[in-house]
Write a protein that binds this ligand. Structure first.
Ligand SMILES: [Zn+2]
Length: 123
């Protein structure tokens, strides 16, 4: 069976560096398969032409996600202290952290299946 490669940036049918499957992609695939029923089963890649664009987008996503989650954790700690360890305060903090985490996924860029030294070489 021929595999249908699809670049996640330009959406074209091109060969490239495979995207690493993770919980976010598996979640989206599960949703498409079971809810919207439009899962195509493409092999997700980043084509050579889009690699620079991908690298920037990935760096920006990682920065954003780390920032959002850090903010959420700091917020949770502050809430825990100000509510004197009250569980409701901590619970609200955790909800806010989760919300910020999902917010950061709006600009989601998955990791690629390649050793770190190759990423350095391709820059
Ligand atoms: Zn592309």
């Amino acid at each position: 069976m021929n595999k249908d490669y699809r670049c996640i940036l330009c959406g074209q049918q091109k060969d490239g560096i495979p995207v690493k499957m993770d919980h976010v992609i598996n979640g989206i695939r599960w949703f498409k398969r079971n809810v919207t029923k439009n899962e195509k089963g493409y092999v997700l890649v980043v084509c050579r032409d889009d690699y620079k664009k991908y690298y920037k987008a990935r760096a920006s996503f990682v920065r954003k996600q780390v920032g959002y989650v850090t903010l959420g954790i700091v917020f949770t700690i502050v809430l825990a202290i100000t509510s004197r360890g009250n569980l409701t305060g901590i619970f609200i903090g955790v909800i806010i952290t989760l919300f910020l985490y999902f917010l950061s996924l709006l600009s989601y860029m998955p990791a690629l299946e390649m050793p770190a030294e190759d990423v350095g070489a391709a820059k």
